[in-house]
Design a protein around this ligand. Structure first.
Ligand SMILES: [Zn+2]
Length: 257
């Protein structure tokens, strides 16, 4: 750090996404609405891979695996990984930490011209920080259906009332990022089962973006079934006790009374 990327790697544009920029390079209406994405390059993939390696670092430390890097003129000027548990800091998301490091590197609280790569769709807090930092572009990996603020829940980047807009594009190495999250949460659930301990509360823990709704529904239904079984057992016990009482009752009364 800072690291310069080989400049020969920047020519490729993904064919699926090359249609959304206008002829003059401006974003089309679709892109401005956040409904579609502009192209990404080999350079984007390169930096996203680095962000993924930072996410792996977070996972190794027991934090939800999210990583971010800030790049200016093909040089990495900031990097961060998710660390709210270790620092008892609800704001210690990967993007915030990467922005803070980039700000120190530039000796400037604003980062115009910078691109931020983050493995997971930014939350509302991070989207706010990215907008405040005046970065030019935000590239993210997997979508976060529970707290994503780049289109999944809300799209702060498309909010016309805000006075600064970063170009935002998602889906870069999304599968790798989602697989990392899924593996992390699966391992965590395994640990929870064996230790029967509650895992420390974390703003991103409850979000589990990689867990499918099907899996969650299955878990809910299993819980419901267990509750129903317990209730049935309790009712049976109650009935048996009532029966016993009825049998006992004549014995306690004098047959002569
Ligand atoms: Zn965040």
């Amino acid at each position: 750090m800072p690291t310069r990327l080989n400049p020969s790697n920047n020519a490729f544009h993904h064919p699926m996404h090359s249609a959304v920029t206008g002829g003059d390079g401006s974003l089309t209406d679709k892109a401005q609405q956040g409904l579609s994405r502009v192209a990404w390059s080999d350079q984007d993939t390169h930096f996203m891979r680095h962000a993924l390696s930072l996410a792996e670092k977070a996972a190794a430390l027991g934090e939800v695996p999210v990583g971010a890097v800030v790049v200016m003129d093909e040089i990495m000027i900031g990097e961060g990984w998710n660390a709210p548990i270790a620092g008892h800091d609800p704001c210690a998301h990967a993007e915030i930490k990467a922005l803070q490091q980039a700000g120190q590197h530039q000796q400037n609280y604003r980062l115009p011209g910078a691109t931020v790569y983050v493995t997971l769709e930014p939350c509302a807090m991070c989207a706010g920080a990215l907008i405040w930092s005046r970065v030019s572009r935000v590239v993210w990996g997997a979508a976060d259906s529970k707290s994503g603020a780049a289109g999944s829940v809300v799209n702060l980047f498309a909010e016309s009332k805000l006075n600064h807009h970063a170009v935002e594009q998602g889906g870069v190495l999304a599968e790798e990022s989602a697989a990392l999250l899924k593996k992390f949460f699966a391992a965590k659930r395994g640990t929870e089962k064996t230790s029967s301990k509650k895992v420390a509360a974390d703003s991103r823990t409850s979000d589990e973006p990689a867990v499918s709704e099907c899996e969650q529904n299955e878990l809910k239904q299993n819980k419901l079934k267990q509750t129903e079984l317990k209730q049935t057992e309790l009712k049976q016990n109650e009935r048996e006790q009532n029966k016993l009482k009825q049998h006992e009752a004549p014995c306690t009364q004098s047959p002569r009374s």
